[in-house]
Write a protein that binds this ligand. Sequence first.
Ligand SMILES: [Zn+2]
Length: 229
Amino acid sequence: MRFAINDGQRIEATPRATGRCPGCNAELIAKCGTKKVWHWAHKGLRHCDHWWENETQWHRDWKSHFPVDWQEIAARDEHGELHIADVKTPKGLAVEFQHSYLRSDEARKRTRFHQPMFWIVDGLRRKTDHSQFLRALADGFKHPTKDGLVHQLWIHDSRLLKEWVHVGVIVAFDFGEDTLWVLRRIKNDWIYGFMYPKSKLVGHILEGTAIPDILFGEPARSRPCRARF
Ligand SMILES: [Zn+2]
């Protein structure tokens, strides 16, 4: 984890620092090596949140866009099980940054727990995901709208799409560029999405404003993104 609690403050891991877990209050160890990003670890092997994913620089870069006290927010489910949201805004929107592979049913379970929430997925973890996605784009349909191009992609053309389109909330793929692919609507085996600047998406989260939508056949001039299918 990025933060531990020390004297009521959230502090980052530095050599010989001490702190407690903001989730379970256990004593944590500051891990400050050269291979992984500096982080806090539980003393045993087990993390108190069994959904927790080892952090990468990619996670850190994303979290750093948001205030410290929005990051790593713990909550318990109805069975008392603890889970820590990567980012949670004061309005209650959670954002999860997913680097490693996650089974679709597991992603749906976590989505239900964190709702309202959306996912930002690291599209560069596997070598072929980006090229496969680009091919899906090339083979997909393009719908010009007054607000830009809406893409219609066949989900079976991309492993990343197949894994993520059924979570039922917004998913954004991050291929390491200034723009993300925001996937919003699924109809049968087609997903609809658009390119969107990373900085604008961060702005929506910071300001608590809605991320543009794609509407099916509804006239809605005020919406930032509109398409008829
Ligand atoms: Zn803990």
